[in-house]
Design a protein around this ligand. Structure first.
Ligand code: SME
Length: 154
């Protein structure tokens, strides 16, 4: 398995070479899903008004294609404007189930200054799959995506 730094290098190059934000997001999701063995479901939600709307994803289709800010772990991360790592989703009352196989989750907001543009959501079938290295990787990826999306905002 490539190191977190290798994966960040690959994604940095992909985003730099892809001026279209939607394509940059799709490529990022694909690279994370392909290279990170524990990442069972990888998706990006985009904030539209007070709702998170599912954009590109890889993994089983999720029933949660629209999540109000404040609901679920996704909605909590958007409301708090901070990364949330849940080691055991079944022990977290906020959790909205996507797959019965999911055991842990990380949600990383994509921020432009103080404004939430969207978030990266990753589920794992392994308990406590996400650590400080995953947080660092995904917060770096979120910053790169925010830069790519900045020119497209309404
Ligand atoms: N588990 C998320 C919902 C999205 S699915 O995991 C794809 C949540 O609790 O907000």
């Amino acid at each position: 398995m490539p190191s977190h730094d290798d994966v960040l290098g690959d994604i940095t190059r992909q985003i730099q070479n892809e001026p279209d934000p939607a394509r940059a997001m799709t490529a990022t999701v694909a690279t994370l899903k392909r290279t990170m063995a524990d990442y069972s479901w990888v998706g990006i939600y985009l904030l539209n008004g007070n709702e998170l709307v599912l954009g590109p994803f890889e993994g089983k289709p999720s029933p949660h294609t629209r999540i109000p800010v404040g609901r679920g772990i996704c909605g909590a991360a958007a409301a708090e404007k901070a990364t949330i790592i849940v080691d055991d989703v079944n022990a977290d009352p906020r959790y909205l189930a996507c797959s019965v196989d999911t055991r842990s989750e990380i949600v990383v907001p994509i921020m432009a200054g103080d404004e939430v543009l969207g978030e990266i959501d990753i589920d794992s079938d392994r308990l406590a799959a996400f650590d400080a290295a995953d947080r660092k990787l995904l917060e770096s990826v979120a910053a790169l995506l925010a830069g790519r999306m900045a020119g497209q905002r309404r």
